[in-house]
Design a protein around this ligand. Structure first.
Ligand code: PLP
Length: 255
């Protein structure tokens, strides 16, 4: 049977990132996705223009309906959008003790448009991160959350602050290889991937969802993180351009 993953994230109508990316990634890596959509964004493959948040009482009703019916084997959190939604998610996680949680602290789109109302840093780090199994910030997000610009300083600062594993992805760096770093306490593990030529939409969402799916299937963290990266790299090698902007990973591929 496919494990059931609860996705809490935003909707991207262009289909590249957000909920579309999460459902496709989870489906291809062997899971089943249930979705709580925190926000509807206005965007295409070139840019994000704006977003509107889902009222919390509606999210609460949807969550109650799902939790009354389903057991979840993992949770994946992407765009939260506001401090109030982050606080609500923290309360929801308390109802799911022992379930692995992947927190992708989405603050902005690859194209630069903001996906957060106000400053979410403290609420994400104090309320949600301590309940997560792993955080998956990209380098700019890790810098913003930790106040450190160096990848190792940012990663160790974040793992020490919340006591959880932190995968800092290097797609936004300007190195020849994309280096992804997993920090956990004093431990550090690094993977390197050849940098591909295009700019991709939804790669962070896809990676975090694939990790959640593999954790739900019982993989230990380091193996889930390694296998999800290998899968993502292949989806990026086969990415295509649906419009005039960023490329979209081919998430129909299976690991
Ligand atoms: N979630 C939503 C709803 C988005 O629109 C975006 C980017 O536009 C993201 C998450 C982050 O996308 P990425 O995986 O490219 O970091």
């Amino acid at each position: 049977m496919r494990p059931n993953i609860l996705v809490i994230a935003g909707h991207d109508p262009s289909g590249g990132a957000g909920i579309h990316a999460d459902i496709e990634a989870i489906q291809s890596t062997g899971g089943f996705a249930s979705t709580l959509i925190t926000a509807l964004t206005v965007q295409n493959s070139r840019q994000v223009s704006s977003f509107q948040l889902t009222p919390l009482d509606l999210l609460e009703q949807q969550a109650d309906a799902l939790l009354a019916d389903y057991q979840f084997q993992a949770v994946k959190i992407g765009m939260t959008g506001s401090v109030a939604t982050v606080e609500w998610i923290a309360r929801l996680l308390a109802r799911l003790p022992g379930v692995p949680v992947v927190l992708d602290p989405v603050l902005a789109a690859e194209s630069g448009g903001s996906l957060a109302q106000g400053d979410l840093n403290e609420a994400l780090m104090d309320r949600v991160a301590p309940q997560a199994t792993v955080l998956t910030p990209n380098l700019p997000e890790a810098g913003q959350l930790s106040g450190e610009s160096d990848v190792a300083e940012a990663g160790f600062a974040l793992t020490r602050r919340c006591g959880r594993a932190v995968l800092v992805t290097g797609t936004h760096d300007n190195t020849d290889q994309v280096a992804n770093h997993l920090f956990e306490g004093d431990r550090h593990h690094q993977w390197e991937w050849p940098r591909l030529p295009e700019v991709y939409h939804g790669s962070g969402c896809s990676l975090a969802s694939a990790i959640a799916s593999l954790l739900a299937r019982g993989h230990p963290l380091e193996s889930a993180v390694g296998e999800a990266q290998a899968w993502l790299h292949r989806t990026l090698q086969h990415a295509w351009q649906p419009g005039g902007g960023q490329f979209v990973p081919d998430r129909s591929l299976t690991p």
